[in-house]
Design a protein around this ligand. Sequence first.
Ligand code: GAL
Length: 427
Amino acid sequence: MKKRWLSLVSLLLVFSFIISGCSSSTSTKDKDDKKGAKLEIFSWWTGAGEEDGLKALIKLFKEKYPNVPVENAAVAGGAGTNAKAVLASRMQGNDPPATFQVHGGAELNAGWVAAGKMEPLNDLYDKEGWKDKFPQSLIDMVSKDGNIYSVPVNIHRGNVIWYSKKIFADNGLTPPKTFDEFFAVADKLKAKGITPLSLGDKEPWTATMLFEDILVGTIGTEKYNKLWSGDLPLNDPGVVEATKTFKKMLDYVNADHSSRNWQDASQMVGKGEAAMNVMGDWAKGYFVNDLKLKTNEDFGFITTPGTEGDFLVITDTFGLPKGVKNPDDVKKFLSVLGSVEGQDAFNPLKGSIPARIDADPGKYDEYGKQTIADFKDAKLAPSLAHGSAAPEGFLTKVNQAINIFVTQKDVDQFIDSLVAASSDLKK
Ligand code: GAL
């Protein structure tokens, strides 16, 4: 009897050992699954002027979905200088983030969609009733072959001069609307020892942005857009003229431009160390949130010379990469990001305007209100510097050519480099 009893106990012990072994391996698996299921949001929005909007959006998402674990996986570096390389290697290694920041236009369509890496989101657009809530021009920028591949969170404007109210007032100057006015103002400022234009091209995209603004101001949006579709050659006389104007403008920038990033350059206007800075309106987020400056009091804004009525469009969008572990959670995030509430939490802090047409203008400052109104009738020019106008391979070569041009200032060499790069336009 005693023997039988003992063997029953040992049997039970073996059982419990097996069960505990099993359960311990189950709990490791659970952990792994949870880890894999984190909603990893990949962007380059870290630090000054960049992250406040994203944080507000994540906060809103967490309020709505407290059980979805979120990881803010941002990689620092303006315009995705570093993030894009990290993303490319992850995508290549079939390790996509749950969702990632991508510009509408070529960066999305000729890049990740063409490579077969994105899921279409037509169902989500139908479910959320979004098809008439975003401007058609924007839906076109995130669509390919009849499918929609991402959700725009914002519209940034790239053709803005931010200027120091104080410097302009103290010197009795009016913000310039044309190139002639720009150079007249710049000459007066230079004569007084004031830096007319701040530039921070430590990362060359900022100089590419300045160039594309000059390009639109010189040849207009229609011709500008034709350059990237291959319908206008890159050595068109208008491009040569714009390059000459660009060269002339470089005579008015701060000497230390190549050691500054965009924030360092915008800051010069904020602190009254330079009169003007050309930058996308994320600079406004930086002025207001980080430097605590007031729109239209401490700094003013005007479209870059010759671009009144034009809109250099930069739209940040998020999509659903193929092969992620948690597509339903990603869709939940996209539905918050695409909602009026989501857009109005993000954009007033980011400096951008909402992508949706039915967002609440009352949530935006004077700059935002005016930009929302301007966008409605503006002629649109998708940004080259931010990946919307042309494929990444072409943009990389333009950035290199710009970088060389800023130091060597050789117009012919620059035009030759553009022409040589144009075979990458079709890729
Ligand atoms: C752009 C992006 C903006 C802003 C900017 C500076 O490419 O669309 O949202 O982050 O870079 O980093």
